[in-house]
Design a protein around this ligand. Structure first.
Ligand code: SF4
Ligand code: SF4
Length: 765
């Protein structure tokens, strides 16, 4: 427990606009013996500044550090003083001096501190001190981690991941369902360019990867094998495998799932002549012909001189899109009517071949594959002609160079257009009718062969690969019911699935090229290694990497209401027979959603708890008279997106109302409604919850946190109603990390709206 807090002010961060001496005196007066050391340093973030703090620690004068200056998001490591010393950084630079917007429009002049700005700083310093006072040093909860990674899938991504884990010095078991390694890459004639100058298709090099894996003494390859079950927890999984028909157990610490993709089913290609006209083939079939060195027409065995690659479907596939949307709506409606119990556990009831959607998702791959195969036409039939007809040519990033190389080939003709009809041209030829072309007219092209794209369908859409034997968090219907991709927070943590300890790589996660899959596999491999090493130290793996805190339960007060166990997004809380929560620390992400859910305040973290945040809120000095001291509003800001957005806004010179006080929270899911009730009952005029986006395109780092918070807002509204407080005084807004230019205006609008409502009726009580 922090009972000797050193408070340090960094003059350099505060730009001469705060009366720091006054802040020092305020701390000494208010906190007395709790803060035996209060110092100002001209440049705290310097070797001398750090040495000053370290000397106070070494002398036993303090056991916690409250550093007032820049944001905690900068120089984080610099302000670490060992595992026993608690540190809080009071963000007086970004969230106070830089963002200060004088209500009268007066500029802030050095040496003339506006009263409102000084009050703001005083509140923040007091909040920082009480935050430390209410914290304990987290002690971690270690798992004896098995330093062995399981890689499922022996294709390009799995081979790469296995090699990367082995290179890092860890043992790997590589499980492959087939009787040989290499997966889909083995069936490729060539790949789109992997290296500079990115203008030619090249050999995949998968044979070398296979040989490297086979030669590694750290990698145990199991062919004709599959997963029967995975039990246990990150760091200590108990895996049952079926190897060549026989069951086998394996102790492992983390998993990389790299089971790749399968080609889409082809029935929906019928309107485009597939199945009826023999020389209409899929890109997958065309690749196989190239691999066999024999690109010929099925009708006459002749080499096709004119080959069209069609990527523009117009309305031809519209009925499939409609059908799939209807299936989606029906499945979502069914999911909504499920009981909570049914909603747990892995789902297998998604539409297994959500073809139209997979085709859209695969657009980058199908575009690049068409370019690559147009090259094959030129290579196998040098006098031949390739036509690439596209609605949207998608070649992001460096692959633009590959597109340009194809454009420069006189034997490749590319045009924008959509297909109207495909019909038999006689003698095995095919007539393709196109509209909306760059030529501006309807055209008919007769070709020898028509190649239709093959969407990549993740293997997880067909079968549950992992067969996890422990509790899962509530499902995200958009992922589970439809596309079937291994779930992940694509934007922020691509390889990290919602199952801690399990990392997805390659096309099982999203359609991708071999080049992208290689990077992806390296990321997943490193995450798998990080998981072992974090579990071993009792730390969170992600997104709060290195966090030693974990939820602790004072079960004496528990009413077994199961809110925490049901709302944990990661299924990290089991229940005993009475309904008491049973935590699994290595599955836990330390988001605090359980803490936010608990009505009895049973759950706390050593360094983050209901009492702590509640006490911080109490440190905000709320003027009794709004007309004299102005309103006061509380912002609970998610520290993953909203808080960095605020920091970035301030650093870019954006300003916002000085009437708000910002408290960072781990996730809006961790917000306990008691904080809001307390704030409102002490006269705070409004409370704004700033968190990540939720819903289908969620960006919440803890998947469900901001969504759950939104649901809890209904309860908050009820509570406010009972207190006779307008419900608009509490609002939740969604902010993405890159919306730093918008967030100041969001705050100011909120402040304006609340100010118009007038003072909180509880003011002054
Ligand atoms: S902190 Fe988050 S992940 Fe851990 S048990 Fe609570 S809700 Fe689950
Ligand atoms: S939410 Fe709180 S009271 Fe309910 S089961 Fe969990 S710990 Fe117990």
């Amino acid at each position: 427990m922090a009972d000797k807090i050193g408070v340090y002010f960094d003059e350099a961060s505060l730009g001469g606009v705060l009366d720091i001496q006054k802040l020092v005196e305020g701390v000494q007066r208010k906190w007395g013996d709790l803060c035996p050391v209060v110092k100002i340093h001209p440049h705290l973030s310097s070797a001398e500044g750090r040495a000053m703090i370290q000397a106070d620690i070494d002398a036993g004068a303090i056991n916690a550090v409250c550093a007032c200056g820049s944001s905690p998001r900068v120089e984080w490591e610099f302000y670490q003083f060992g595992p026993e010393i608690l540190v809080d950084r009071v963000n007086l630079r970004e969230l106070c001096t830089l963002c200060y917007n004088d209500p009268c429009g007066e500029p802030v002049v050095a040496g003339q501190t506006p009263e409102l700005l000084q009050k703001m700083a005083t509140d923040y310093v007091n909040m920082g001190i009480v935050k430390l006072q209410k914290a304990n040093v987290p002690d971690g909860d270690m798992v004896e981690a098995v330093k062995h990674v399981l890689v499922i899938g022996g294709g390009w991504s799995g081979l790469t991941a296995a090699l990367d884990v082995a290179k890092a010095g860890y043992a790997v078991t590589l499980v492959e369902k087939q009787d040989s390694l290499g997966g889909a890459a083995v069936g490729m004639y060539k790949t789109i360019p992997l290296r500079h100058p990115y203008d030619k298709a090249q050999n995949t090099g998968v044979e070398k990867k296979i040989a490297d894996v086979q030669a590694s003494d750290k990698i145990d390859v199991l062919l004709k094998s599959e997963i029967v079950s995975i039990a246990g927890a990150p760091g200590a999984y108990d895996v049952t495998l079926k190897v060549a028909g026989e069951e086998r157990s394996l102790a492992i610490g983390s998993v990389v799932i790299a089971t790749g993709w399968v080609p889409q089913e082809t029935s929906y290609l019928k309107p485009l002549g597939y199945g009826k006209l023999k020389n209409v083939v899929t890109s997958r079939e065309f690749e196989a012909m190239a691999k066999a060195g024999n690109i010929v027409r099925a009708t006459d065995g002749e080499k096709p001189a004119r080959v069209m690659f069609l990527l523009g479907f117009g309305d031809t596939l519209a009925p499939f899109a409609v059908k799939e949307e209807e299936a989606r709506a029906a499945a979502l409606a069914a999911a909504d009517t499920k009981t909570k119990d049914e909603d747990e556990g892995p789902k297998t009831n998604f539409v297994k071949q959500d073809t139209y959607k997979h085709l859209l998702y695969s657009a980058e791959l199908t575009s690049l594959t068409a370019l690559k195969q147009a090259n094959y036409v030129r290579e196998f039939m040098p006098q031949g002609m390739a036509f690439v007809v596209y609605e949207h040519m998608m070649v992001p990033g460096i692959n633009e160079l590959y597109y340009k190389a194809a454009q420069n080939d006189p034997g490749v003709m590319m045009t924008k257009g959509v297909v109207n009809a495909v019909r038999d041209g006689g003698d095995g030829d095919i007539v393709v009718v196109l509209t909306d072309t760059l030529l501006g007219e309807k055209i008919e092209l007769e070709v020898d062969m028509l190649v239709l794209p093959t969407a990549m369908v993740p293997t997880t859409a067909l079968d549950p690969i992992l067969k996890l034997q422990y509790r899962q968090g509530p499902a995200m219907p958009d992922l589970e019911l439809f596309s079937g991709y291994a779930d992940s927070n694509y934007i922020c943590f691509p390889y990290e699935t919602r199952r801690t300890g399990i990392y997805a790589a390659g096309a099982v996660r999203q359609p991708m090229t071999l080049a992208t899959a290689e990077v992806d596999a390296a990321g997943a491999a490193l995450k798998a290694v990080q998981c072992l090493e974090s579990a071993n130290r009792g730390m969170a793996v992600h997104p709060r990497s290195g966090d030693l805190s974990f939820p602790k339960f004072n079960l004496v007060r528990c009413t077994q209401c199961k809110r925490c166990t049901e709302e944990c997004p990661f299924g990290a809380l089991d229940e005993d027979e009475k309904g008491n929560p049973m935590p699994n620390t290595s599955r836990c992400r330390r988001c605090g959603t359980c803490m936010g859910a608990c009505p009895e305040r049973v759950i706390s973290f050593d360094n983050y708890n209901v009492d702590q945040i509640g006490s911080m809120i109490k440190q905000v000095d709320v003027p009794d008279d709004m007309a004299v001291g102005g309103p006061r509003m509380l912002i609970l800001a998610c520290e993953n997106d909203a808080y960095p957005a605020l920091d970035m806004a301030a650093l870019r010179g954006k300003k916002w109302s000085p009437y708000v006080r910002i408290v960072p929270v781990r996730c809006l899911g961790s917000v306990n409604t008691i904080w809001i009730a307390d704030a409102m009952s002490k006269g705070t005029d409004g409370c704004l919850l700033l968190g990540c986006k939720y819903g289908e395109d969620y960006q919440c780092h803890f998947v469900k946190g901001s969504e759950l918070c939104n649901r809890r807002m209904a309860n908050i509204g009820e509570t406010l109603g009972k207190l006779g407080i307008e419900t608009e005084r509490v609002q939740q807004l969604q902010v993405a990390i890159d919306e730093y230019d918008k967030v100041p205006a969001m705050i100011d609008k909120f402040v304006d709206d609340i100010t118009k409502l007038g003072p909180n009726p509880f003011k002054g009580y």
